[in-house]
Design a protein around this ligand. Sequence first.
Ligand code: DP6
Length: 325
Amino acid sequence: MKAAAKAHTNIALIKYWGKRDESLILPMNNSLSLTLDGFYTTTSVEFRDNLTADRFYLNDRLIEGVEYDRVTAFLDRIRTMAGKSDAFAEIHSTNYVPTAAGFASSASGFAALAAAAAKAIGLTVSEQKLSILTRQGSGSACRSIYGGFVEWEKGIKADGSDSYAVPIAPADHWDIRVAAVVLSSAEKKILSREGMKRTVHTSAFYPAWVDSIPDDLAALKDGIMKKDFEKVGGIAEANCLRMHATTLAANPPFSYWQSTTLLIIQAVQGLRESGIPVFFTIDAGPNVKVLYLPEHEETVRNELLNITGVHDVKVSKPGQGVSYI
Ligand code: DP6
């Protein structure tokens, strides 16, 4: 009753921002991401008869508190599905996701956990079912089941059975690069879960955000299929700015940006003015991810490393979906 899996993190080009159901993690809008090869989590799960509770180790450290509660609550769902309410597990997870780069390790973490735990408890699930299951751990994680470009369909059913990820184009469809710009000091005061909740309930701009998604999505998919980098980058950047605009109109208002965030945005705009197609996107934190084509790698990297407050630049290519190890 032991299994292990590996899953990569992903970066949303059209963001998931807001839930219509907090408990089942059902989103207000479709989102579309690119799975990244550079950042991943490996997780082994072993259900053992002699355990009376789950034990969760992250990077060799025994975890307690909120993080543990989230993992064990997720395993409860798997136990229920398998009809094995008293099967407890020892979980070992290793994150190869630099937390300082502002990537939600919860995306790769819950995708790897779902795959390993389902297999270890003896459930045979399709990738679609696995995506539905993973979604209930962390929304963005459901997209990490697949490699390359992936859409998460929000679905309309109350039970969430039609809310899952769908692959749009595989990792080898298009070699674009994503540089994660690591800031020297980055603090995230408001978690994405909390931030999106406040925004849904209080932001005057939230309805406009939801309304903007269908057109963005159709244009982005067309751009991906045609490998039109300017189109894809432009939509991703505008969508990110719109997401962040909703936080400014929340009550109380907030922003994930720090001064270095703005310096990076300006550097990206400067590069673009000099004729290099490069675009940014930002999740629920101050770090910036920069999208560009392989031929501009050196120029983009050097420019980013020159910015005051930038500590490192970690480059990623399109990555594969979840796999068993
Ligand atoms: C801004 O998936 O971390 O990165 O579902 O509450 O676990 P929960 O939230 P999470 O939110 C990610 C938000 C985002 C946008 C995105 O990845 O689509």
